[in-house]
Structure formats: C-alpha cells, structure tokens
Ligand binder design. Sequence first.
Ligand code: ADP
Ligand code: GN1
Ligand code: MG
Length: 374
Amino acid sequence: MAQVTKEQREEVIGHFRYEGRLTGDEPYGSGHINDTYLLTFEEAGAGQEKAILQRMNKAVFARPVELMENITGVTSHLRKKIVEHGGDPERETLNVIPAADGKPYYQDSLGDYWRSYKFINGATSYDKVEKSEHFYQSAVAFGNFQRLLADYPAETLYETIEGFHDTKARFQVFKEAVRRDCAGRASRVEKEIQFVLDREETANCFAGLLSRGEIPIRVTHNDTKLNNIMIDDETGKGICVIDLDTVMPGLAVNDFGDSIRFGASTAAEDEPDLDKVSCSMELFELYAKGYIEGCGGKLTKKEIELMPMGAKVMTFECGMRFLTDYLQGDTYFKIHREHHNLDRCRTQFKLVEDMERKWYTMKEIIEKYNSSLT
Ligand code: ADP
Ligand code: GN1
Ligand code: MG
C-alpha cells in the first residue's frame, strides 16, 4: 500500500470526534499489517488525552465495513460482560471512537479506511516475554476472551479473511507460489521449500479433525501474539485483548498455538541467529496452564489434548506464509530489511523442528493438566 502522507492524516483526524488540540501524531507499534499512529491531544483544564488511529490494510482486509461491524459487535458484547462483573470497560476492551458522521470508520478521499480507538493508559504491549509472569497473564487473558465470547452468535460474524487458518488450503497456495516463482527466489530457498513439502500431513491435520466433527468451531481471535495483549503496568495482569481484525469463527487450538509460536520462542520472530531460537518448555507449560484456567472449563478434552499440535501447526503455517510472501516478492507482510520474510520463515521452521524434538515433553505437560480436569 502507498505510504500515508501528513496531509492524508490531517484530513482523517479532522473527521473524527476528538476533543482538545492535537499536539502529537507519530507512527506507533510493530504490527505487520495496519498503519498505526499515536495521537495526543491537550485540553485546557483536562490535561492530555491519547488516541490510536489506524489505517486498515485494504489489500489484506477487502471488506473493512464488515470488519468494523465484527469489532463493534464483539466489543459491545465484551463491554456488557465486563460491566456485569464489575470491571472497567474503558480499559478491559477496545473502545471505538466514532467518526464525525457516527460511523465506526472514516473513508478518506484516497479511498483508504481508517478507525480510531481510545488509548489504554498505564499498560504495555510486549514484543517479547520480559517476565514469564506476563506470558502467563496473557494466557489467562486470551482464555478469558474465549470464555466471554463463548455465547456470542458466531454466525453473525463475517469472515474477514477467507480461510485465514485453513492450513491445508495455504499449503496449496504455497505450492503454487513455488511453481510460479514470480520473484525468481525459489532456487535460493530450496531447503525451506523442502521443509514445507515434507510436512503436508501437518498442514492437513486440523481439516481432517474438523471434517470428522472431532473439534468444534468457536469464536476465536486468530492472531494471539503477545503484543496483541495490553499488560497492566502496575498489576502485571493482561487487561485487554486488542487487534480484533481477525476475530471470527475458528479453532481454540489455533489461538493457543499462535501464542506459543510467538511468546514461547527464546528469540524474536525475525532473529537472524538461529542458534538463539528454541521453544521454551517452561513458557509452554506456563501458557497452557493460564489458557486452560482462563477458558474456565469451556474447552473439550480433545481440544486440550491437541494443544501441542496447535503450537506446531500455527508455527508451521506462519513460517509457510512468510516463505510464500518471500516467493511472491514481499507483498503481504511489512518488511524492514532485505530478506526479512526469509529470516522470519527460518525462525518459524527452527521452532517447528524444536517442537518435533520436544514432542513427548509437550504431550506430557498437557496430559498432566488434562488428567486433572474432571
Ligand atoms: P496490527 O494489526 O498492525 O498489529 P494493532 O491493532 O495490534 O495493529 O496495533 C499496533 C500496536 O498499537 C499494538 O501492538 C499496541 O502497542 C498499540 N495499540 C493498539 N491499540 C491500542 C490501544 N487501544 N491502546 C494502547 N495501545 C494500543
Ligand atoms: C500479522 O497484524 P499483526 O502483526 O498482529 C498477521 C498474523 C501473523 C503475524 C506474524 C491479518 O499479525 O496472522 O501471525 O503477523 N496478521 C494478519 O507476526 O495476517
Ligand atoms: Mg497487532
């Protein structure tokens, strides 16, 4: 997508209902998809107010109006439950700031879609586990999110990205990208291509279980990276689940697995030194414990049993997606250096290998929690 210009942002900011004088406007966060800005406003007597402003990526999200309908539906549902439980709905769920015309988005004169959220003060989104307790608290928060949305009418949610975690279909897209080799890069990543081709069974695993009715479709987040949780600076608790673009019907094991892929790794997602990359069994166990607790009995025994598979499938899928994008010339994920997607792909495959090595340890950990449930 074209870069956002200052003029474009000025137009957009003028079309939201903000109070006070704009004193700050800067790029924010480390997401790979949308363009996020932190806005600061000063109001005489009232002090400083902050807001998040985002340009939605229209190449990735083809129907932003439907997407925002999902988000307003889900956040209203969460707000009601948070209030019922005596929580603070200003901090524990995202709050959409409407545009001047009352809509939850604004379409600018270039055709781009924008939305804005109240800024959650006194909380941090972490790109890496700094304290293991944070990771545990993020698990409880994602589990709670699952529990609070268990009675949300899934059939009213739009599929914002078709087949988002259909790993089986993504495997076919990958093979096609190899065949086309439109960026002329396939010959330099033969090893990585073979790594994917050797694991078709992993790619097909959940499609098979779903078709046999062995696992249920639930309302899921589908992008459960640690940096999509706000951790309270004082209490260290996971207070709010953010980045709701991909909330749609999906699999709880994938939500679990995506968190492990990102947060239980001993290195950053794009670490070039693969010796630093492994899957920590301590963090895996901590997250499993927190997620099962947070879900509050909503998961079936089968879903819990499949948690190691969720971790492996999500890590494999993400590595395959990075490699597909690399082969297609880096058109999907934002990159910040040459071969960035290849570095990302390699960390994911290193993690998959490590999980394969530690398979029985992961199974044992999960079995321990599963057998203690009635
Ligand atoms: P992306 O889809 O690009 O990952 P996110 O919605 O996750 O975008 O936002 C990017 C970053 O902006 C987050 O990781 C977080 O640091 C910050 N952020 C997003 N929404 C809020 C909010 N309401 N309050 C405070 N920070 C936020
Ligand atoms: C993207 O938007 P962000 O950075 O939270 C991607 C996820 C990937 C992740 C890898 C809509 O998430 O699916 O797992 O990058 N989101 C979308 O870091 O494709
Ligand atoms: Mg994000």
